[in-house]
Ligand binder design. Sequence first.
Ligand code: ATP
Ligand code: MG
Length: 370
Amino acid sequence: MIINKLILENYRNYTSLDINFSENINLIVGDNAQGKTNLIEAIYYLAIGKTFRGAKDKELIYFKQDFFRIKGQINTIRSNRSNELDIYYDQKKNKLLKINGVKYKKISSLFGYLHVIIFSPEDLKIIKEGPSERRRYIDIEISQLDRLYYDDLKNYYKVLTQRNNLLKEIKFKKQNKDLLELWDNQLISYGSRIIQKRMEFLKKLVPLANKIQKIITNDKESLNITYSSLVLKRATLDLGEIETVFRNSLQEITHEEIKRASSLMGPHRDDLTFYINNQELKNYGSQGQQRTAVLSLKLAEIQLFFLINGEYPVLLLDDVMSELDDSRREYLLNLIKEKNIQTFVTGANIEMINQKIEKSKIFLIEKGKI
Ligand code: ATP
Ligand code: MG
């Protein structure tokens, strides 16, 4: 996939912008606080419908303005199609999506038109921080590949809220316990599909990531990622089996759930565990090992997206080139060149990259202008 053209109105520090990108490498240079990451963020937003920096939509509107708009023209290589994506958001919280001029109600309609893989210093959070970071990561990646997954997630969290409310009512207002059954059925139905798809995703991703980890560490390190779930003690991809186990386990803890007035089991409590040479990366890995593992993970995703879609996603590299050592940087640049992956790179050391890649285009950013 290629993003050819990007138009911004009132997005972060860009009042108005209209640019055409290179199909190969786009180098985004400029001093600090000029808008390099904002540009990467806008491309990401066009793919996912939200920012990767954890900001609220409201905070993306140029100071004191009423709305922002991001428009992009995306070309798919495989089917030789061009699609226009247009997202508008205003202070009244209206979020409007148009694809090729047609309005769509659900933001999930966006998924699939533009695939992106982002690699930024923030990604270390996937390893270092709590389970919610890892769930967020895997949920976004699967959603990009599977719109129905995103819909299941949304429905799951709606059911979860209702079920938690009911648990509180049962505890404090002595509401009838039997009412739980309705929510349980939905929790199990959406939840099992989510668990199954997460495990399927890992099953495909982990061997690719392990292979890359071995290459970039000269066979010194293996990488493994497991799915840990309170629902499942043992890995299975069979949906019926996941549902049965979920139902049985839920029955065992309902008493405890009422006591704590909270749903204690399901994909909202699950986690991923990363291992390097069979040792838990979060607790035992060095900073460099953690960074390398994230790089392997991201590179594996590039391959997985290609295997599933027949074309490469757009790669967004924000401030990471300078943090990689020579051999890892070399590996990454070779991959980009060899596979013709459209890539956006910000940060220092850009001169060096420019010398290595002939077909790059350079954008100098100053105070939200190019
Ligand atoms: P660095 O090299 O430090 O990473 P950068 O070029 O990546 O810098 P960005 O994060 O893209 O910088 O842009 C930061 C600038 O954008 C800040 O100066 C900030 O004030 C400005 N900014 C952020 N949000 C808004 C907004 N809603 N309206 C206007 N300006 C904004
Ligand atoms: Mg930045």
